[in-house]
Design a protein around this ligand. Structure first.
Ligand SMILES: C[S@@+](CC[C@H](N)C(=O)[O-])C[C@H]1O[C@@H](n2cnc3c(N)ncnc32)[C@H](O)[C@@H]1O
Length: 398
């Protein structure tokens, strides 16, 4: 089991208390985006994945999760003194991660103080100005915060979703603890994310992926069209469901997609995940890991279990690989250019299953194909594993 080896120790009274499973689903979606071969990497990017968290909040939850789970480095921005001060405290209270996380004040960006005053007044007065006019009243997102020479693999954002605290209070699907600055901004999430989209055009070469969480499905549709109007070359969306709360993920990029990426006819992905929620008493990551091992051994697959990292490397023998290939499974995304096709002799296909504890009683099970072959076989085995583990460990009344 990989514990979330970061502590969010400091959250002042009234500030947003983060629910971890939804936050880590967003992180893992970004991980999938980064590992997809849809768009190339930014050429000058280093080995360590670098992210920018817009509105990191007092809890600094995304940088702490991303750094502890995946070793990513982050710049986290915010605009309120409370958020900036407490985010720094949270980073300092995790000395093993401190070198990976930098907190920046977006209000120190040029021309921000006037905008902030307008924005704060609008939230206080609960004005419902048209989105386009309030967008300009939101403090800078990237301008003056991202340095000229910098590049990031992605940005992420959990935006202030509402126009006012009254609106936040009316939404039964929202756990509303949080201050006005955290939860609301003039124009709500639509204006905030529109601001990110507009800024992203000027910073198109500084980020590989721009992403944001979206709280309302109706806004998602609208924002997708704004992203297209802005000239993005790739747009992706997803849905995150956690208990009663649904959120959506929006991602876009201005980098040209790889030319002639041909998907093989076999459907399959290189990463899969599912959650085990409401584990029966007495069960935890260790029992789930052992049960997953038994499942693969029973299918005559070779397993190497690492109880320290709570992962299993599963390998198909050459014969099993050849048999699956003959059954029609192939490379998930063979790259073809005009003149050459990449052929591959598939041997010893393998994948890794990892068990992460999200919170007591909730585990995230992740599967990653290690050598990108036999994605169809991997997909099918992973969905059988999901069914087996859910039947064994999760109460039926959930
Ligand atoms: C909903 S909270 C998210 C906090 C944290 N990321 C989380 O997921 O719990 C939104 C945050 O955005 C910050 N914020 C508002 N305008 C901003 C801007 N222009 N740049 C950076 N942060 C901003 C707020 O102060 C608040 O901390």
């Amino acid at each position: 089991m990989i514990y979330v080896v970061a502590t969010v120790r400091w959250i002042p009274d009234g500030q947003l208390c983060p629910t971890v499973p939804n936050r880590s689903n967003y992180i893992h979606w970004i991980e999938d985006l980064l590992s997809s071969d849809l768009i190339p990497r930014i050429s000058n990017s280093s080995e360590t994945v670098r992210g920018f968290d817009i509105g990191t909040g007092a809890n600094c939850i995304y940088p702490l999760l991303g750094a502890s789970l995946l070793g990513w480095s982050f710049v986290g921005s915010d605009v309120t003194d409370v958020a900036l001060e407490w985010a720094k405290r949270n980073v300092e209270s995790n000395p093993h991660l401190a070198g990976l996380i930098e907190i920046r004040n977006a209000n120190e960006a040029p021309c921000s103080s006037k905008s902030e005053t307008v924005a704060e007044e609008a939230v206080r007065e609960n004005t419902s100005e048209p989105v386009d006019s309030v967008v300009r009243s939101i403090a800078p997102i990237f301008v003056g915060v991202v340095k000229d020479s910098e590049s990031f693999d992605f940005c992420m954002c959990n935006p202030p979703f509402f126009e006012s605290m009254e609106e936040a209070g009316l939404n039964p699907k929202t756990s509303c603890a949080g201050t006005a600055e955290e939860m609301a901004c003039p124009g709500g999430e639509q204006a905030f994310i529109t601001h990110i989209i507009e800024d992203s055009v000027s910073f198109k070469n500084s980020f590989r992926w721009f992403t944001s969480m979206v709280g309302r499905k109706a806004n998602l549709k609208l924002l997708v069209s704004k992203v297209r109007e802005a000239g993005a070359s790739v747009v992706k969306t997803t849905e995150f469901v956690q208990g009663q709360t649904a959120r959506w993920g929006l991602a876009w990029s201005f980098i040209a997609p790889r030319k002639n990426v041909i998907r093989s006819s076999t459907p399959g992905k290189v990463h899969h995940s599912f959650m085990l929620q409401g584990l029966r008493r007495g069960n935890g990551a260790f029992q789930v890991l052992k049960s997953a091992e038994t499942f693969f051994c029973a299918s005559n697959l070779s397993c190497k279990t690492d109880s320290l990292s709570f992962s299993i490397d599963v390998t198909l023998s050459d014969e099993q690989t050849q048999a699956a290939t003959l059954d029609g499974d192939d490379l998930p995304g063979s790259v073809e250019d005009d003149s050459t096709k990449v052929h591959s002799t598939v041997t010893g296909a393998s994948f890794r299953i990892s068990v992460f504890e999200q919170m007591p009683g909730t585990l995230l099970i992740k599967g990653s194909l290690l050598n990108k072959s036999l994605s169809g076989t991997f997909t099918s085995l992973f969905s059988q594993l999901e069914e087996t583990l859910k039947t064994e460990f999760v109460s039926k009344d959930r």
